[in-house]
Design a protein around this ligand. Structure first.
Ligand code: SF4
Length: 129
């Protein structure tokens, strides 16, 4: 199961998006983010494993480092399955603050509950097929 991107991961993707095809040296990224290489490398390795960026070993000023570039996956548009386009959350004014344990809480949402019940009646369950 894929998990959401952290704020730091999103920030790295934004920075690499701005860097474009030229890419960015790993150490320049640490400087922009104000983080040390140890924590930075963990996040970058995770993004690489998930296919969001590529790392190429290069030499800069005589030292080995990595050139980071955003992969195509990061720029791909996400296709929303048709069945989800009528999900009430997409047009909900509270979506930015809706969270488990918050207010509103999706677990107590009447609109979402209504939509789920309707989907169950129409499709015998909710899936993207
Ligand atoms: S769960 Fe309910 S309150 Fe939350 S975003 Fe969806 S429709 Fe809005």
């Amino acid at each position: 199961m894929s998990r959401r991107l952290s704020d730091l991961e999103k920030r790295i993707i934004e920075i690499l998006e701005t860097a474009g095809d030229e890419g960015l040296l790993q150490r320049e990224l640490w400087n922009i983010l104000g983080i040390d290489s140890r924590s930075g490398m963990r996040v970058v390795a995770r993004l690489e494993r998930r296919g969001f960026l590529t790392r190429k070993r290069v030499y800069h000023k005589g030292k080995a480092t990595y050139l980071l570039r955003l992969s195509k996956k990061a720029g791909e548009e996400i296709e929303i399955p048709q069945i989800l386009t009528v999900l009430p959350c997409f047009s909900c004014p509270y979506i930015d603050r809706c969270d488990e344990g918050g207010s509103p809480d999706p677990r107590n949402c009447i609109e979402l509950d209504k939509w789920l019940r309707n989907m169950k009646i129409q499709h015998g369950g909710v899936n993207s097929e």
